[in-house]
Design a protein. Sequence first.
Length: 335
Amino acid sequence: MEDDAVRAGSSILSDGAGTVAVTEDAREISSDDVCILIPTLDEAATIADVIEGFYEHGYTNVVIVDGDSSDDTREIAREHGAEVLVQSGDGKGQAVREALEYITVPYVLMVDGDGTYDPADADKMLEPLSRGYEHVIGNRFADMDDDAMRALNGFGNRMINRAFGFVHGANYEDILSGYRAFTVDSFERLSLDSDGFTIETELAVECVKHGVETTVVPISYSARPDESETNLHPVRDGGTILLALYSLAKTNNPLFYFGSLGVTGILSGGLIATYVLWEWIQYQQGHEIMALASAAAVLLGVQLLMFGVLSDMLVTLHREQRRRLERIARDSRDE
């Protein structure tokens, strides 16, 4: 099958333009302008149905980026007419970044290959892009099968979504969703470093950080077929995602990041000082080293708080400057 969504050795050149204004007037998005991007790892049991599902809904530009599957995922995908890329590194994040270097159409619909997402939701996912949005997240919790997610996974997902809203100041409802639609231009404005499964988390944070127009649409979410095995480790991976959320706050919400470290230092120093003072009052026993450690912890905490405030001011100024430049770029294009 001739594929016009991918061309080996090519790359998209972004003009660096700003955020597209969202309007009520939709512009038509042709299926020829959409690449269905499916990162895979050992999805032989489901990949054929996923590919055929998108074909049935008129999307024929299907690209598989495979993480060196040990089963027949690549062979099955090729048999069903998909373009198959084998990633050079490891992890979903690296696979997505590498695949975007080859995509030559303006829109990407990214979906997992495990059969849990419905290709029938493709039009629903792409519709906001036609109105000027740049990134669309499918909300699995809107219509989820009862057995699609274990209780522990569901609790962890909701906790992570709340943590994201608290730390990064946006409510995307389901930041770990693997069903995404976005423009290639907006993707190239993001600073993505994640190699593994935290790519969805980093995408959400970067959308907030760079002012990418993002919306959420309800989708259906089904249980994995019995023959399909998950690569998810709930406790370990959940902890990794929470750490990523916190680490990414360093550049998106530095007041929270450095402020929390500063408060921890001040409280730790205060507790040590309280113990030293209690020992002195009760037993006239001095703890000079602990007293010095207490003072150092408090001073470090205060410095971190001050650094957080200054960093937050710089981030705010940078965002204002970026918005101004984006507005100038939009105005120049409209002239």
